[in-house]
Ligand binder design. Structure first.
Ligand code: ATP
Length: 513
């Protein structure tokens, strides 16, 4: 199946099976805002739990907080967001569509990469087992010419972005003859800066009101509380503070479903360290976070690091963890060594000392910070895309199955009476009432058993049990495994022992240590 089709199918599957709905759908939706349905919220909560427990439960030097979305507006001045949280924006006069100039150019760079890969693939087909890819990439005149163009463009683009030279960004778009995908024309406006923060008024009257922002990241809530937490929690450096919460960005181009939203959720952890040790900690957190992703079992080949060449002025190292989405490798998480920039800025703007007193050194300093920042919604999309499968069955039918890691599945067990009579529903309810205290259990009696299995496959339920007439006499049920579709007869009183461990977050967390 073409990757584009996979993506379309994932999006419609999300809607059809109660994972994700467009926001305000009966009013034709609201761009780049989505609601999570009955299964989506369970999956999302499980992702959040996996992250939270991996941070707070497994590290005795990491604690959590939950700070408010509204914060003093000066915080965003200090952090640099008021002045510099901008994207370069460009409009096409014919289609009236708006684009991010940097994204148009990055897409163009990706096109060169695709062309090179196509050349290589063609040659591989031609030369078969004699093909030496390395040699071909470094000697083929066609590939070298494309590579040279690509590198020149990349360098020109990086320079323009570093200097935020808006005229140059526009000139690159013109020189590369980039056209609007809708109108197909090159009738571009100037490039302008566009601030991504949403603002609103706090207070009732014009006189007394104050302009406040919806936070574009949760991190600042951690920075301004770090000393509160350090003192009240008697934390010693190195220590971390974790937070999960909503963030808001007025993204210029909202595409790709829940990949780029205007209201989304972040899971961020700021790790405070002694100056000079930050690059070692950066390395440690890179490894720790990649391990967290890989423990889900989607395959190592689906992840890669993308180290930043262009660093924000306050960072001394940064990388993204990218995941192979149906539309290519994309950032899911950022890991940044942010130096002492944020804390120093807050000291400067608030006029208060927020230095840490190090009892071992007997001196005070402003800690350095390593940040790990992951979007819940992007993680959700990566989990769904990797789990979505269409399988051809032996009997010629196809089934859609979400092979979710059991610990993340919205429902762990479905209990199905074979028929809606003869005391089978009552027996099935008895099982649900017993097991629902241990994990999420669903009762379903509608339609044929085959249809009910398909429904549970489609939402990723790892186990189903069927209650039949024999159950009433032998107290055994048929247990069906989602992935293998194998069925076995097991006593009801062993169900918890068989299932609980396999679907628990604990077994997933144990893979991390
Ligand atoms: P991008 O370059 O894709 O805009 P970013 O580098 O601005 O992302 P960060 O500021 O590092 O992203 O945010 C950390 C994480 O928050 C990202 O890795 C991503 O998972 C998530 N995130 C950021 N913006 C959005 C958004 N608009 N919608 C959904 N998730 C987002």
């Amino acid at each position: 199946m073409a990757q584009e089709d996979v993506f379309k199918k994932v999006v419609s599957h999300c809607k059809e099976y109660g994972f994700v709905f467009p926001s305000s759908e009966i009013y034709d939706g609201l761009a780049a805002v989505y609601d999570y349905g009955q299964n989506g919220v369970e999956l999302k909560n499980n992702i959040k739990q996996y992250w939270w427990q991996s941070m707070v439960l497994l590290h005795d030097n990491i604690v959590g907080i939950d700070s408010a979305i509204f914060m003093h507006p000066t915080i965003w001045k200090a952090s640099g967001h008021v002045d510099a949280f901008n994207d370069p924006l460009i409009d096409n006069r014919d289609s009236k569509k708006r684009y991010r100039a940097d994204v148009l150019i990055e897409d163009q760079i990706a096109k060169y990469d695709e062309k090179i890969d196509k050349e290589v693939a063609k040659a591989a087909k031609r030369f078969k087992e004699n093909f030496n890819e390395e040699q071909y990439r470094t000697t083929s005149p066609k590939v070298l010419e494309l590579q040279e163009k690509r590198d020149a463009l990349h360098e020109r683009y990086s320079k323009a972005m570093n200097a935020m030279d808006l005229d140059e960004l526009r000139q690159i778009i013109l020189d590369e003859e980039i056209v609007c995908p809708i109108s197909g024309t090159r009738n571009w406006t100037e490039v302008r800066q566009f601030n991504l923060m949403f603002s609103t008024e706090m207070g009732s009257t014009a006189d007394g009101s104050m302009k406040v922002y919806l936070r574009p990241e949760t991190a600042q809530g951690i920075f301004v509380n770090y000393l509160n937490v350090q003192k009240t929690g008697r934390m010693k450096i190195p220590f971390g503070i974790a937070q999960i919460g909503k963030a808001f960005r007025n993204e210029i181009v909202a595409r790709q479903f829940i990949f780029r939203m205007r209201e989304f959720e972040q899971m961020e952890m700021q790790f405070f360290v002694k100056p000079g040790t930050e690059l070692d900690w950066f390395k440690t957190w890179k490894e720790t976070r990649l391990k967290w992703h890989k423990a889900l079992g989607f395959g190592s080949e689906n992840y890669r690091f993308h180290d930043h060449e262009k660093l924000a002025h306050y960072a001394n190292a940064a990388t993204d963890i990218e995941f192979l989405m149906p539309f290519g490798f994309k950032e899911v998480e950022g890991i940044h060594s942010r130096t002492n920039f944020d804390l120093s800025q807050h000291e400067k703007f608030s006029g208060k000392s927020i230095k840490y007193f190090d009892p071992e050194l007997g001196e005070s300093y402003t800690p350095y910070v390593i940040e790990t920042s992951i979007g819940v919604d992007r993680m959700f999309l990566s989990v769904l895309s990797a789990s979505y499968k269409e399988e051809q069955l032996e009997n010629g039918e196809t089934r859609v199955v979400l092979s979710l890691p059991p610990a993340l599945a919205p429902v762990k067990l479905a209990v199905l009476p074979l028929v809606k009579k003869d005391g089978l529903p009552e027996k099935a309810r008895e099982i649900v009432n017993e097991l629902k205290f241990h994990f999420n259990t669903q009762y379903d009696e509608k339609d044929s058993i085959g249809k009910r299995y398909r429904r549970q496959d489609a939402i990723g339920t790892p186990f189903c049990v069927t209650v039949d007439h024999e159950t009433l006499s032998d107290n055994c049920v048929t247990l069906r495994n989602r992935d293998t579709m194998k069925q076995e007869r097991v006593p009801i009183n062993q169900l918890n022992a068989i299932i609980a461990d396999q679907v628990s977050l604990t077994s997933l967390l144990k893979k991390l240590i």
